[in-house]
Design a protein around this ligand. Sequence first.
Ligand SMILES: [Zn+2]
Length: 53
Amino acid sequence: MKRAKKTHCTVCPTWEIKQPDRCSNTLKNGLKTLYFCTHRCKERYLKTPEKFS
Ligand SMILES: [Zn+2]
C-alpha cells in the first residue's frame, strides 16, 4: 500500500487528520482538497482564507 502524505488541518497545522477520506470538513480549492479538524476551523478559513494560504 502506498504511504500517503500526512494531512493536517489547514487552520491548525499541528493537528493531523488521521483519516482524511473520512473527514467531512473539507473544501475543494481548485485541484487541492483542504481539510479541517472541525467545522469551526472551516468557518475560520472561509472568513479569512488569505491567512491560511
Ligand atoms: Zn483545525
